[in-house]
Design a protein. Structure first.
Length: 232
């Protein structure tokens, strides 16, 4: 038995009869247990509920995304591979999105004031392409290390998770993972590849992840604390 992938706080009470788990809006996890409950039993309960905890964390991140509003104007801040850039919207030909210095530049060919949706669509297309490039760069290395052969990989918008892996070896990853630091992106790629060996979040699964990325807990912590910022 091994410590689950989630950091959590334990609160014991003599009046409590059962164990319960609360995932707060800031993704703090609190386990409430009877005073007589052993650490082993608490650990077993958290491990059993790990999929539910993961879902609750993702739901919190999704709510944070829905509350986020952006105007897509010059001067706004954007993330790319964990670094903060300044958005710059220009006119010119051909239309393009590119990095220069500390800026993500969106060049539009149309006349008149830039439409926010037009800027957003250009940025989204650029982020998706960069995410696919980076994932294709990392996938062969980690797949060979784990000893698996994914049949297909896609980059798409995912509402409540960062990625998924089907039993047939089809891997999907959220486009916005390209906004996270590269170590976090590595973790998410490894996370899904390891599901080709273990289709669950069992101790064996996490042992496999740790054998490849010993510091994977840091990446999960970063996602819990900052995942809501990975959005347009």
């Amino acid at each position: 038995m091994k410590k689950p992938e989630f950091d959590y706080q334990i609160r014991k009470s003599a009046r409590r009869k059962t164990i319960s788990i609360t995932v707060h809006p800031d993704n703090r996890i609190v386990v409430s247990a009877p005073a007589s409950c052993s650490k082993k039993n608490i650990l077993l309960f958290v491990e059993k509920k790990s999929d539910w905890i993961h879902g609750a964390i993702q739901a919190n991140l999704q709510r944070a995304r829905q509350n986020w509003q952006r105007r897509f104007e010059t001067g706004e801040k954007l993330l790319f591979l964990g670094r903060e850039y300044i958005l710059r919207v220009d006119r010119g030909s051909p239309p393009d999105v590119f990095l220069t210095g500390g800026f993500i530049c969106v060049r539009l060919a149309s006349e008149g004031a830039p439409e926010p949706l037009e800027v957003k669509n250009h940025l989204l297309e650029w982020y998706v392409a960069r995410a696919l490039d980076k994932v294709k760069e990392k996938l062969p290395h980690y797949a060979d290390w784990i000893g698996v052969n994914p049949h297909f990989v896609t980059i798409k918008s995912l509402k409540s998770r960062w990625g998924s892996c089907s039993v047939h070896g089809r891997i999907s990853l959220a486009w916005n993972i390209i906004m996270a630091p590269e170590a976090v992106l590595d973790y998410l790629v490894v996370h899904e590849l390891c599901h080709m060996v273990h289709h669950n979040h069992s101790a064996h699964y996490w042992d496999l992840v740790a054998s490849i990325l010993p510091d994977h807990r840091q990446s999960r912590k970063w996602l819990r604390e900052n995942g809501g910022l990975l959005q347009l």
